[in-house]
Write a protein that binds this ligand. Structure first.
Ligand code: DX5
Ligand code: ZN
Length: 221
């Protein structure tokens, strides 16, 4: 299985976003993770299409947009125009998953569903075949730098099983508290794509940290 490392821009230095993205690229990042927060679905605000656009102008890497917003469909067109390659919506904020996943795909984007730690996997069971990405949150969404929730490892194992049973080729992504201490457990449980904010941008050498995180997985492959 391929390991994808997706640095989260939430932990980048916004005075020099372009340079931080270049560091990620130089370090071999696969995706650039962009966290959109609306102050409704999650308590705080982050940013929207201007930052997606800036990221798009800075890199050819996949722009992975995580929508922590209510009524996410209001933003699909705008974010695709801004350069998003993946749009991931929260099941808790989007009751019409079938319609919304189809809408995202029609716009030529990869479609993902994210689940909060307390949300059961059963909510995506019927649409597993439509998913390009399943994002398992390993913290409660809203902030970077939180502590990894240990019980989510078991959920990743069950998510892998569910996708395999459904014959789904969906990418299994994890987000929140991913670091040298937690990444291997997620990888062994079946995740293949790892969002990391603080672990990368607060590292002494952000560029080489990407390779370190990847190496921890491939060593145990
Ligand atoms: C949290 C966001 C994450 C966040 C991860 O709500 O979805 O993408 O940036 O940050 P770390 O890796 O620092 O936990
Ligand atoms: Zn995220």
């Amino acid at each position: 299985m391929t390991v994808r490392i997706a640095p989260s821009l939430l932990a980048a230095d916004f005075r020099r976003l372009g340079e931080d993205i270049a560091v990620c690229e130089a370090g071999g990042a696969d995706w650039i993770h962009v966290d959109v927060m609306d102050g409704r679905f999650v308590p705080t605000l982050s940013f929207g299409s201007k930052v997606i656009e800036a990221a798009r102008r800075s890199t050819a890497l996949t722009i992975d947009v995580h929508l922590m917003v209510i009524e996410p469909e209001r933003y699909f067109e705008e974010f695709v125009r801004a350069g998003a390659d993946v749009l991931t919506i929260h099941a808790e904020a989007a009751p019409h998953l079938d319609r919304q996943l189809m809408h995202i795909k029609e716009l030529g984007c990869k479609a993902g569903v994210a689940l909060n730690p307390a949300t059961p996997l059963a909510v995506i069971e019927e649409v597993a075949h439509l998913l390009d990405v399943l994002l398992i949150m390993t913290v409660n969404p809203g902030y970077g730098g939180q502590k990894f929730i240990e019980y989510s490892v078991d959920k990743i194992t069950r998510a892998r099983y569910l996708l395999d049973q459904a014959d789904s080729a969906a990418i299994l992504e994890v987000d929140g508290g991913i670091s040298r201490d937690t990444i291997v457990r997620c990888w062994e449980a079946g995740a293949d794509t790892f969002v990391a904010g603080n672990a990368i941008f607060s590292a002494q050498h952000p560029q080489s940290e990407i390779g370190v995180l990847r190496g921890l997985c491939t060593e145990t492959a």
